[in-house]
Structure formats: C-alpha cells, structure tokens
Design a protein around this ligand. Sequence first.
Ligand code: FE2
Length: 286
Amino acid sequence: MDIRGLGYIAVGVANLDEWRRYAELLGTRPVPHGDGFAMKIDDRPFRVDVRRTETTDELAFAGWELPDAAALEACAAELESAGFALHQGSAADCDERRVRGLIRTTDPGGFTLEFFHGVVHDHEPFVSPTGVSGFTTGDQGMGHIVLGTPDIEASTHFYTSVLGFRVSDYWKPDGAEHDVVFLHCNPRHHSLALVPAGGAALYHFMLEMDTLDDVGYTLDRHEATGTPIAAGLGKHTNDHMVSFYSVSPSGFQVEIGCGGRRVDDDTWTVTQLTKPSFWGHRPPVS
Ligand code: FE2
C-alpha cells in the first residue's frame, strides 16, 4: 500500500474556545472548519481539525494520504481482502476535509482511520499568529501520533503487513512486557508509535517546527501564560528530536520539537532503544 504520510488528524474536544487560544499559543493559525475550527500550519488548508465532542476528549480520526485515486482504490481493495469493513466518505465529508476522495475504517486498536487522496488547496500562505517561522511538513507529513492500543500485536501487524509501514525501532521500557513500536511511511522517523495499553488512547501528537528558536519561544509562551508542560526540553534517542511536551486543554499531550532526523530505507537498520531520551524530557520541578 502506498501511504505517503499523515495528512491530517481530528481531535474531539469539550472546550473549543480554550483550544482556539491553545492553537495560537502553539503558533498555529486557527481557521474556521466544520462546526469547530482547524489548525493551519503549512500550505495545506488544515492539519488538525478541532471539533466539539460530547464524550471523552480524544482522537476522532487520523487521515493517511495516498498519492492518487488509483492508489486509494488499491488501498480499499487491500483493506477489504484483509477483512476490514470500509465506508466511503460522502461528498460532504470530502468537502469538509478538502480532499477529492476518502474511505474510512477502524484499526485493531479501535481508532477511526481515513485514507484520502487529492488535497484541494486553499492557496493561502501560512502565517503564524505568534511568529513561528514554519512547521516542518512536506514529504514528512504533518507530524506524528502516539497511540495506546489494547492489542499491540494485532495493531503492529495491521500497520506493517496490511498498510505497509516499516518499523523504525523498538523501545522496551524497564520491566515492560511489550515493546513500544515506532513506525514510518516516509522519511519522518515515525509518523506513528504504538504503545501497549489497557484501552485505546491518544497519548500525544507531535508538530515539528523549523528552528530551535521556534521551539524555545513556544516554551517561553507556555511559561508566560502558565500553560502546563508534562516534560521539559530533551532530545530523543530515536528520531533525535529536540522537544518538550505541552499539556493540551484536553489532557493529552502535544510534543513540540525540531531537528528530527530523516530515515532512508536503503540504509536504515532496526534497533532497540533502552531509554527514550539522551537528555532531558523531565517533568517540571514544582
Ligand atoms: Fe513523540
């Protein structure tokens, strides 16, 4: 399957106003979208759809991008032959996502996935309301998501054997029974990580900024506004991202980083990590 990257995600949240302020704090541009708003971070119409939910704040769906209509048809055929129920996106769904075609299914962890092709551009340049110079996207997609899944083996099999993701590396935390699995589908070290968990949960999504200064100023804006962080600045051992973890108004985290290294499938070898960070990523001292 020819998945090119994480195109967009949608999060369901209880407090849209708080999220709109938070989106600006992160340096993204809130734009009107559906019944809520969306975060624009690059030349795409949106990357993070923020919609109201009456239930638990969580990932509403993740949208994986295919290169064209033929690739989406092939994706649908492969999902069906692997036994996954498919729903065709309606014209209204496509209008809202600003794409030419999409299908929807549910992964073994219980997450709703969309597969789409044909982004319909808005041709609006990205201008950050807080002066972020830019977000790193392009051939690396919008960033990454880290998902807790109740069946790590079924989920890993689905993303690798059915969807064609490649394993980047494994991390086995001390005493853990199962690995955390990092997966890529383009040069971004991981567009997805799967964490063994009791139930399906969005742990965090990551947005990469173009410079360390962008990340530093964003960290300063957190301190100036009393916005909580879960982990201070640090450098990850696998993707080499220098990042910190912000606590969103919904409780799940948003990793803000820069300087992630790119994976070249021709030379990459899979390894196992014994710690997640070279340095830092410690909880703030209260
Ligand atoms: Fe991350």
